[in-house]
Design a protein around this ligand. Sequence first.
Ligand SMILES: Nc1ncnc2c1ncn2[C@@H]1O[C@H](COP(=O)(O)OP(=O)(O)OP(=O)(O)O)[C@@H](O)[C@H]1O
Length: 262
Amino acid sequence: MESLLNVSNLVKTYGHGKDAVHAVRQMSFTIQKGECVGLVGESGSGKSSLARLLLALERPDRGDICLNGNSLVHAKKNLLRNMRQHIQVVFQDSNTSLNDRLPVWRSMLEPLDNFPEVKPSFLANVRHTRRETAVKLLDMVGLGPEHLDRYPHELSGGQRQRVAIARGISLRPQLLICDEPTSSLDVTVQDHILQLLKQLQIDLEMSFLFISHDIAAVYQMSNRIIVMKDGEIVDEFASELIGEPERHEYTKCLLSAAYDLE
Ligand SMILES: Nc1ncnc2c1ncn2[C@@H]1O[C@H](COP(=O)(O)OP(=O)(O)OP(=O)(O)O)[C@@H](O)[C@H]1O
């Protein structure tokens, strides 16, 4: 497999002196093209901080992030803009990605509005009007055209998250970061959303960084799993090796808690 994302010696500290929080400490890892890498760790381990660095919403103190060999950290404005289209995100809380004052079709099209030059192949036959584009995107996430003009508060949590996913995939990014995408949903809805994400990942040949505190969800989704604790990677393994005795003690603790093992 070919590598898509290379993260090397990434460091992010918030605050100074005795108030310093070492959110990300010397993290290095790679995501291959078409691969789903799961990132698991308990609350406060630094998962969202890492996601913000990969999305170039914040700058690291040290280290580098390379997408297709180009540094995101050192990219000039135009290159950075171009690189942003290739890394999109679905957050835990769809309220943060969907504007409450806009009908869902408008929120959904924002990435395409920001990058009008991008024409994903799945929109090749439909990008005549913005509403037709929105109907196609809704269809891809299992929602009908009757949802076009609804406002976020008129949708269920699961439907809102489907709209957030439609927005996330609309540019057909090379990497989709899913930051706790199901954590605010009921268990049955969670499962449907995970299945949808998996199917889209395969159909659109995207790479995923799937972030969750829930190791069972990460295991269901991922080819490879990275375990993070206090800003550091403590374990990294192919998903099928999750039950092997050489797993880190912390991974075993997460597994025991998730699967209610003795
Ligand atoms: N902007 C910030 N300023 C100061 N400290 C921060 C900031 N953002 C995160 N932190 C701290 O960095 C540490 C890592 O937080 P982060 O949100 O990345 O963890 P997380 O694993 O995503 O947790 P959760 O699952 O609860 O969101 C925490 O101690 C947090 O309080």
